[in-house]
Design a protein around this ligand. Structure first.
Ligand code: NAD
Length: 249
């Protein structure tokens, strides 16, 4: 990535207090963006922002599953750097794994609320702000997962939401293209973050064996692709679903 390619741009990253979101904040800041680290866990978002430097970053508390919280976050985000973010990364996500016959409705709703409805609420609210502020270019990057294609036993709720993110991304890319807003999504494989830390070792070993590169990914290896999708260097990439899995299928 060329140094300073995102200079003058404001980026908002959800799920910025951990894992892929935090790594994304680092790389977007490296490329020159002013970064708003947004998370339900404000303390974690503040730690991310602190790593980036007080003049170039800000932290924001948001629960992406709540329309009211997302709406307030738009006003707050615009106030941080006096303009709407033109880069939005939907990295907030959760798992509540369990076999279907035993899955509580609550676990289904929670995963749906963050992963798919949250992506919808944030995308809608911030796209509106980009359009209202007549930003010339926008880039929205959503986090799907290779689980959307692997459809693992015990992950019906998570797999369904991540498959939904792919369809949602494609529709949004078709509706927002005329406003100069590109929308893409990434399907990471198994990445070494707190989300995967709770996966049993035996399962991780199986994944590593099936992965042609023979290892888990690092959050920065996803963040590099997000930084590319956020930048003008990907100006003709729209509606794409990019697998970043080390070759794991
Ligand atoms: P993580 O658990 O390390 O971080 C997720 C962050 O999202 C946390 O900081 C958490 O506080 C925040 N969050 C959770 N619910 C929220 C809410 N309602 N509102 C705002 N913030 C909320 O996870 P990660 O591994 O960095 O995953 C990031 C994204 O990438 C997720 O969407 C995940 O599904 C996806 N993904 C991860 C992997 C992986 O292997 N780690 C693989 C494929 C896809």
């Amino acid at each position: 990535m060329s140094a300073g390619v995102l200079a003058g741009k404001v980026a908002l990253v959800t799920g910025a207090g951990s894992g892929i979101g935090r790594a994304t904040c680092r790389l977007l800041a490296r490329d020159g963006a002013l970064v708003i680290a947004a998370d339900r866990n404000l303390k974690a978002a503040q730690e991310t922002a602190l790593q980036l430097g007080a003049d170039r970053s800000a932290a924001l508390e948001v629960d992406v599953s709540s329309a009211q919280s997302v709406q307030s976050s738009v006003t707050e985000a615009i106030a941080k750097f006096s303009k709407a973010p033109s880069i939005v990364v939907n990295s907030a996500g959760i798992t509540r794994d369990g076999y279907l016959l035993k899955m509580p409705e609550r676990d289904y709703d929670d995963v749906y609320g963050v992963n798919l409805k949250g992506t919808f609420l944030v995308t809608q609210a911030f796209a509106k702000a980009m359009i209202e502020q007549k930003l010339e270019h926008g880039s929205i990057v959503n986090l799907s997962s290779i689980v959307a294609k692997m459809n693992n036993v015990g992950q019906a709720n998570y797999a369904a939401t991540k498959a939904g993110v792919i369809s949602f991304t494609e529709v949004a890319s078709k509706e927002f293209g005329k406003f100069g807003i590109r929308v893409n999504c990434i399907l990471p494989g198994y990445i070494d973050t707190p989300m995967v830390a709770v996966v049993p070792d035996a399962v991780k070993q199986q994944v590593v064996q099936r992965c042609p590169l023979g290892r888990l990914g690092q959050p920065e290896e996803i963040a590099e692709v997000i930084a590319f999708l956020a930048s003008p260097q990907s100006s003709y990439v729209n509606g794409a679903a990019i697998e970043v899995t080390g070759g794991l299928k």
